[in-house]
Design a protein around this ligand. Structure first.
Ligand code: ZN
Ligand code: CU
Length: 487
């Protein structure tokens, strides 16, 4: 066999291939954007060589829980993710997706987290995918279609359940999106625009995703006292519609529920006996979403992440702002609208318990448009690898990588992604296991991680020696077949 011409060779790497197996030393040869050859260290020859001595080579991380729908268009360099070693994001989580919706009124919260009226400009998922392909983001993008987005298309009155005609219209929009390659359907029954929906409405839509081979991801109705019933509702929908369920950013919120992840994880495990259930989580004790005066309980710490009328207040605690204004926290929250916040609502033991579960995928849930975002946007993946794996020894590095790569690709049906194996796409990250660390903090959240040296996306170098290149070789990852992918 003639020696192939490699476009690039990664030499003498410590390979964690995503399977969870122990590391091995190897050279990896890349050709036509894919992993062509995995060979003994120092055995491959070619001019374009990256010396990976002392570095770990892993599959590029897959951020399964994002709200990057518009970020991928407006800031295609995708720096918060690229600098973490993330090579694929999945958008449209929590029931909110940018497409399909051509807005004729201001998007209600939480749709407002991802854009304003002018930003919701895609009547179909096909139009959105075309804009993405033309915009050429630096990393790959797969998309879910959100229930709240479907509802604002089909319903005038969001405070009730959808009627048969409205369900039919939503099904049609969803079906169109699935046909062009969306990965599945997402819901956020916790949120105002979707709260009034019952499981019949969800199941009717989840069935459309199921028919196309997609998934159903759920920001459950209640992460507080009613968490078990809410988990049951999501699992029931998956079972009835016969598709995999993914439980988003799993947590037990509020001091009254701290410690209950023992109960929730056992419940999920029991449901796994009869259905496929995924879980994603981010490595922090605080969550973040819109600031809703109804979520202000005067108990937990709440920090402002954005405010349209009071941008000067971001990064400060709601309690301080309220005190300065001489009002209570609820009144301050009303005055700050529209606004977003970080809620210190979890217990460290619960975060560790969820992260330690071998079925938990890592998803950042970062909010890229917040002026003072939760640090998970820039730090989630390095924090799992550095803080929780290396320093706290919660799990091995190999296991941490598995839960950001193969586990995620398998749950979302991403073929030839998330693993280092012959003929897989060369989405790769080279990092230093001794120094990898998140730098983003709650007070200083927009900080790139340390220890990420090289990132390759579809075989091209997107980050070189820790510095982003201008290369933009991400693709739209359409469900199932690579033949369907754009560009
Ligand atoms: Zn959510
Ligand atoms: Cu989310």
């Amino acid at each position: 066999m003639p020696t192939p011409t490699f476009t690039r060779i990664i030499s003498n790497a410590t390979v964690l291939d995503g399977s969870g197996q122990a590391a091995y030393q190897a050279d990896v040869g890349i050709a036509l954007g894919k992993i062509h050859t995995i060979a003994a260290p120092h055995s491959l020859q070619g001019s374009q060589k990256i010396d990976a001595s002392g570095l770990v080579l892993a599959p590029g991380f897959i951020d399964v829980h994002t709200h990057d729908d518009r970020e991928a268009l407006d800031h295609p360099s995708m720096l918060p993710k690229l600098t973490q070693g993330v090579t694929t994001v999945i958008t449209g989580n929590c029931g909110i997706s940018l497409a399909p919706w051509k807005a004729q009124f201001a998007p209600p919260a939480p749709l407002s987290l991802i854009g304003q009226e002018k930003d919701f400009r895609f009547a179909s998922v096909a139009d959105y995918f075309e804009a993405l392909a033309q915009g050429q983001p630096a990393i790959n993008v797969g998309a879910l279609i959100g229930h709240s987005t479907l509802r604002v298309n089909a319903m005038q009155d969001l405070t009730r359940g959808a009627n048969a005609q409205e369900i039919a219209q939503m099904q049609q929009l969803l079906e169109e999106g699935m046909r062009v390659g969306a990965l599945g359907f997402s819901s956020g029954l916790f949120y105002q625009p979707s709260k009034a929906a019952d499981n019949t409405e969800i199941i009717a839509l989840a069935k459309i995703s199921a028919a196309a081979g997609g998934v159903y991801t759920s920001h459950i109705r209640d992460e507080y006292d009613g968490v078990i019933a809410a988990l049951a509702e999501a699992c029931d929908a998956g079972q009835a519609a016969q598709l995999p369920v993914i439980l988003s950013h799993h947590k037990c919120a509020g001091p009254a529920n701290w410690g209950r992840t023992c109960e929730t994880l056992a419940y999920i495990q029991q449901r796994r006996l009869t259905q496929t259930i995924g879980v994603d989580a981010y490595p922090y004790t605080a969550g973040s979403t819109v600031l809703d005066p109804n979520y202000v309980d005067g108990v937990i710490r709440i920090m402002l992440s954005f405010s349209e009328p009071h941008p000067e207040m971001v990064g400060r605690d709601l309690a301080d702002i309220a005190q300065e204004w001489g009002v209570n926290q609820k009144q301050a929250a009303i005055r700050l609208q529209p606004a977003g916040a970080v809620y210190f609502q979890m217990h460290e033991d619960d975060v560790r318990r969820v992260l330690s579960d071998s079925n938990t995928m890592i998803g950042s849930d970062g909010l890229p448009h917040d002026t003072h975002p939760h640090p998970r946007l820039w730090g989630a993946f390095p924090r799992v690898l550095g803080h929780y794996s290396r320093d706290e020894k919660l799990f091995s590095l190999s296991e941490a990588v598995r839960r950001m790569t193969t586990l995620s690709a398998d749950h979302f049906g991403l073929k030839q992604r998330g693993r280092i194996a012959q003929n897989c796409w060369a989405d790769l990250v080279l990092f230093d296991p001794a120094t990898i660390a998140d730098q983003a903090t709650f007070s200083n959240p927009k900080q790139a991680a340390m220890g990420i040296h090289w990132v390759l996306v579809n075989g091209e170098i997107a980050l070189a020696n820790g510095v982003p290149t201008s290369a933009r070789h991400g693709r739209v990852l359409r469900r199932q077949s690579e033949a369907l992918e754009l560009n």
